[in-house]
Design a protein around this ligand. Structure first.
Ligand code: ADP
Ligand code: 5SP
Length: 859
């Protein structure tokens, strides 16, 4: 079983031991919890938009919900042999002292939410990877580490807003007392595995590489970086942080424990079910495909992420390196753009508006866009046009938030100051062109950018230090390209990407798209399967080393991988034609220095850099850009240093050869502070089809103030229906689970106390109301309204909805909307009838306050 806790969803995919994918379940956070928690795309934002976070209780409720739904569907939990999974990266969870005991003594009769939320966490929110509130901390990290290159050398990445080290430093600076009280700090990945083992699990070693704290070469916490993170040279403080982080869970196929008794009793898991270390979502994605040397994995989710597996550790401030989640001798290289699907979607919407298309389905919505992209009428690059569509602040290093359109001319080759031969590129800024050109423009420039930025990683893998000329072009090409994520559904988009990125295949083959399921969760399930296999071998042969039967993940995946789950396609190789595209893009970005984006401040957060005074139709209405990029936090000298230092580095010939003038861009003052668009990012992890659950919402509005102060007295919400049989194939009898498994019990869990009680007055009045010729029922819900947030809402209905609760008292029935359960549980419903008013009133023990007018309440 593989979990994936992404920004927007919790997913579970299930495979058999032959890696055949059987089932997918998912819970969408927005769908289930947006109403009460006010989240959008899974997150909340501070007023200034810089802090981006999620209430942890949403994730816990989602785990209750997804397992409850699987149980209700009759999922055969007793057949699960192993569980692993992935979570969004970088976020940190601060656990209290009591959490250890609470996790160990979970009572299967109650929900996790009910038991864990009141006392397990020091801060109720966890920062999200889109957070960009740590600018001071970043500066401090890179300054103390010596430089961003030095920091990258040790930790695999320069300092990033979202990375845990700067996030922890911010907490230490702002809330030292709470930090001091913290018993353990985990990433989101081992937060989830902790819930499953019923104890605090360790940070996964590969995910630890996204913290700016782990020394990748010596494979231990870097004391120097811990010192920076704890803001103190005091050895005791460094030890304190180290203790709070605990040792990492070293990469291996060993389990981190059996599933907690809680899940055995509550859902019927086998008590021998193993939990294997959970990791970050990108790390899990690379486990979902049989990647070999020089293969690229391109995830076209909400963000665009380019991933590569490499044997060499050659760090740079331009990209990220992580330890591979299954093999300590391999690394994962990563480039992650946040301007992926969003600008493509915006242009698609504008095209549809122009052509007045209103498709309900994604497929229809993309038809005009695709026709333009595939056709020859509106060429962008081939008509000497290039665009940069970084509408939102970028998280890739050195990219400004900007939308820019240029026409270019390519001149003769000439020698640069650094003795390199370069073509002269002449650019003319274009204010506006037909949106049809943006269609090709956005996809082309994204592909060219991926090619440009993945080049150093590929070159390194091949020991190729020469310039990207025709002679060495072959070595710079990836071997094969695998596409995943929502955008990979679009053949026209991935054709365009493939033409430009090309590959080594002489017959234009070797491009694949994944057609099966969520890649991160699938990678988790594959890891569980591989780990289980090795553990079984170890039991037979002794230790991992001794057994001789140990199989590397790569070999395991290759031996079982079902290529039918991938669709291979061919495209014309246009590598050579787009070769100048890389230079034009570099020049276009460099030319931004002459744009209107003035900034003399380090870490400026908001800079619109559109060159034209009047924006083009596209993005005109809501063009609110903001620099959240790593580049934005550099001043002139830093930029200059970056490119100077690259000149002497291993990457000198492969890095982006911006000249010093690029730094001018950051010397100018910028006056416009615009807000970040709230749609900016979503999770990028789901690949393809998901089965959505219309599960119960266990909602409760969050108090966003840190630290946590929550009191709950909530009842279990486990479904009490008997499970329906489902088919669960594990066809190969030699590898199928054979151990005797506990028989499935029909479990009917009753709430420990009445959901609501009715006073005699309420019973009488309800009887009157229900005494009608056409029998009706009364359904109680809560709505987001009124000064204090929630109001009660009574409606007549014909029948209960699927997850409604029915309350029976004194021959009267009322129905409670499942979404209202957690807000009104334990309430007393009364009917008052006096001179002033006649109405139902609720005495709610969960209410933390009502508004002055008494119309609404808060829980
Ligand atoms: N046929 C399509 N053509 C282009 N883009 C698509 C298509 N189908 C889905 N997408 C895009 O994929 C994105 C979601 O990708 P997905 O991998 O599901 O998301 P996430 O990264 O949020 O988990 C959406 O922004 C959507 O526009
Ligand atoms: O920050 C990064 C990688 O460094 C992101 O890739 C997150 O890990 C994405 O999480 P989801 O949106 O997929 O949940």
């Amino acid at each position: 079983m593989g979990f994936d806790l992404s920004t927007q969803e919790l997913k579970v995919v299930v495979t058999d031991l032959n890696l055949s994918h059987n089932q997918t379940y998912s819970v969408s956070f927005d769908k289930e919890f947006a109403e009460v928690y006010k989240i959008k795309n899974g997150v909340l934002k501070s007023d200034d938009g810089n802090e981006i976070f999620t209430p942890i209780e949403i994730w816990i409720k989602s785990l209750d919900l997804i397992l409850g739904k699987m149980w209700e569907d009759g999922f055969p939990f007793n057949k699960v042999r192993g569980i692993s999974g992935s979570c969004q990266q970088h976020g940190t969870v601060f656990w209290s002292k009591e959490s250890k005991t609470i996790l160990k003594t979970l009572d299967w009769r109650s929900s996790l939410f009910e038991q864990i939320i009141p006392r397990c966490f020091i801060f109720e929110n966890c920062s999200n990877w889109q957070d960009h509130s740590t600018k001071k901390e970043l500066m401090y990290f890179e300054e103390k580490a010596g430089s961003k290159e030095k920091l990258a050398e040790v930790s695999g990445s320069r300092a990033h807003y979202r990375f845990s080290g700067p996030q922890i430093l911010k907490k230490i600076r702002k809330s030292y007392n709470e930090y001091d009280k913290t018993y353990r700090i985990t990433l989101i990945s081992n937060f989830l595995s902790s819930l499953l083992i019923g104890g605090l699990s360790r940070i996964d070693e590969s995910d630890a590489c996204g913290m700016n704290l782990y020394d990748i070469k010596s494979k231990k916490w870097s004391r120097e970086l811990l010192k920076i993170a704890c803001n103190s040279g005091n050895e005791k403080e460094i030890d304190k942080l180290k203790t709070k982080l605990d040792d990492v869970e070293h990469i291996s196929s060993k389990s981190i424990g059996n599933i907690s008794d809680y899940y055995v009793k509550r859902y019927g898991f086998n008590n021998q079910c193993k939990i294997y270390s959970f990791t970050g979502d990108n790390l899990a994605t690379i486990m979902s495909l049989p990647l070999k040397k020089n293969d690229l994995l391109i995830s076209l989710g909400t963000s665009t992420t380019v991933l590569i597996v490499t044997k060499k550790y050659v760090p740079s401030s331009l990209y990220h390196l992580f330890l591979h989640p299954t093999n300590r001798n391999l690394y994962m290289g990563m480039i992650c753009y946040c301007n992926g699907a969003l600008p493509r979607n915006d242009i698609k919407d504008e095209i549809n508006l122009k052509y007045r298309v209103r498709g309900d389905k994604e497929k229809d919505e993309w038809s005009i866009f695709n026709r333009i992209l595939d056709g020859n009428k509106y060429q962008a690059f081939k008509e000497q046009k290039m665009g940069v569509y970084f509408k939102y602040g970028e998280i890739i290093p050195n990219a400004l938030a900007q939308i820019k359109r240029v026409e270019f001319q390519i001149g003769k080759k000439e020698k640069t100051k650094r003795e390199k031969t370069k073509r002269k590129i002449l650019l003319k800024n274009i204010e506006k062109w037909d949106v049809e050109y943006d269609v090709k423009g956005v996809v082309e420039s994204q592909a060219v950018s991926c090619r440009m930025r993945s080049r150093p990683m590929i070159a390194n893998e091949n020991d190729n230090k020469s310039e990207e000329t025709s002679d060495s072009a072959k070595e710079m090409k990836p071997n094969r390209i695998f596409y995943v994520g929502g955008g990979s559904n679009n053949q026209s988009i991935i054709n365009c990407f493939s033409k430009i990125l090309a590959n080594q295949s002489p017959d234009n083959k070797g491009f694949y798209k994944n057609s099966e399921a969520n890649g991160c969760a699938l990678g988790g399930a594959y890891k569980a399967s591989w780990s289980y296999f090795n553990e079984e071998q170890m039991q037979e042969g002794g230790s991992e080393a001794k057994s001789g039967n140990y199989i590397e993940f790569e070999d395991y995946l290759n031996s079982k991988f079902n290529w039918n789950t991938l669709l291979e396609f061919e495209v014309e190789d246009e590598w050579e034609q787009y070769q100048p595209g890389v230079e034009v893009l570099e020049e276009t970005l460099k030319d931004s220095s002459h744009s209107k984006s003035n900034n003399s401040k380090r870490f400026l957060q908001t800079v619109p850099t559109m060159n034209h005074k009047k924006p083009a139709t596209y993005f005109s209405s809501d063009f609110k850009s903001q620099i959240t990029s790593d580049l934005a936090r550099d001043d002139n000298s830093n930029i200059a240093n970056e490119f100077n230092s690259l000149a002497g580095s291993k990457w000198a010939k492969h890095s982006l050869p911006f000249s010093r003038s690029f730094a001018d861009l950051f010397n100018k003052k910028n006056n416009s502070i615009l807000n970040r668009n709230s749609n900016i990012l979503q999770s990028k992890s789901s690949l393809l089809t998901n089965i959505n659950l219309n599960g119960k919402s266990l909602n409760k509005p969050t108090n966003l103030n840190n630290p946590i102060k929550i009191k709950t007295d909530l009842n279990s919400t486990l479904p009490n229906k008997s499970p329906a049989p489902i088919s669960f194939s594990s066809s190969n009898s030699t590898t199928s689970p054979t151990a005797p498994l506990p028989s499935r019990r029909r479990r009917v869990l009753k709430p420990r106390k009445a959901l609501i009680t009715l006073t005699p007055n309420a019973v009488n009045h309800l009887k009157n109301l229900l005494n009608q010729p056409t029998p009706k029922l009364i359904r109680i819900g809560v709505q987001n309204r009124g000064c204090s947030g929630l109001t009660y809402n009574l409606t007549y209905v014909d029948k209960p909805q699927k997850f409604d609760e029915i309350i029976q008292q004194d021959d009267v029935q009322v129905i409670i909307d499942s979404k209202a359960l957690f807000s009104i549980v334990g309430s007393e419903m009364d009917w008052i009838d006096n001179k002033l008013s006649s109405k139902f009133v609720f005495k709610n023990p969960n209410s933390k306050g009502t508004c002055g007018c008494g119309e609404s309440f808060m829980v």
